[in-house]
Write a protein that binds this ligand. Structure first.
Ligand code: SF4
Length: 230
């Protein structure tokens, strides 16, 4: 049986104005700009409804070393096949800032500065749903949680979004998030992935060759790259 957990996080949402200013490279002593930013954050509190959708996956290994079935859907990925198996708790996850705040941000699209602030606020709203999802998974397992996201490595390309959404089940109905023909998620401030509890310390960043990525969480690991791609 498929077990899906869906949560709206509005009441727990925290939007840290100073952190958003820092991320936006706005000096909080620049009163005029910081006030504008704070005004938008206050609006966002009224509007935003970040959401998470988490489905526990039934795992079955395929016949080849790059095949694994999640909820009976075949994924071809050496990374997934190496990190999960029938005894590893595995989840498909979508986290989103929510359609409500994306719609709100549209009204600022013709003002470059306010549109920039609105974008930074949506990132902060998304962060709330990601933190919630990680806390929820950590409460289910003593092991550390790792994840692989479609599009982060060439082993698990973005086109896997379609299968992942199918394996999670009814993502659009539950969260409003849908896929474009290019496999991007809308709202754009959404993340998805296969999460697994196995203390493997796996991170997409260790395999990712985008060396200048400002969001890198782990240094590139040449030995791990060779393990999966040699
Ligand atoms: S380095 Fe950046 S682009 Fe690459 S997987 Fe990490 S966060 Fe994603």
């Amino acid at each position: 049986m498929q077990i899906t957990f869906v949560q709206e996080i509005k009441d727990l949402m925290v939007l840290d104005k100073e952190r958003i200013a820092l991320e936006s490279h706005i000096d909080i002593d620049d009163e005029e700009n910081f006030e504008e930013l704070c005004k938008l954050v206050d609006e966002a509190y009224e509007v935003a409804v970040p959401k998470v959708c988490i489905t526990k996956m039934k795992v079955r290994m395929g016949e080849k070393d790059d095949e694994v079935y999640l909820n009976d859907i075949l994924f071809k990925s050496r990374i997934l096949a190496a990190n999960i198996n029938e005894s590893v708790d595995t989840y498909g996850i979508v986290c989103t800032c929510g359609v409500e705040i994306e719609k709100w941000a549209q009204k600022y699209r013709n003002d470059p500065l306010l549109a920039y602030f609105a974008d930074a606020i949506m990132v902060e709203v998304l962060g709330n749903s990601v933190v919630y999802a990680m806390k929820y998974l950590s409460s289910l397992s003593d092991m550390s949680i790792s994840h692989a996201s479609p599009g982060s490595t060439r082993d698990f390309p973005l086109s896997n979004q379609v299968k992942l959404f199918e394996a999670i089940g009814n993502v659009t109905e539950k969260t409003g998030v849908y896929l474009t023909p290019e496999y991007l998620m809308k709202p754009l401030k959404s993340v998805s992935g296969v999460y697994f509890a196995n203390d493997s310390d796996y991170s997409d960043c260790k395999l990712c060759t985008r060396m200048d990525c400002p969001r890198r969480r782990e240094p590139y690991d040449d030995s791990m790259f060779s393990k999966f791609y040699s």
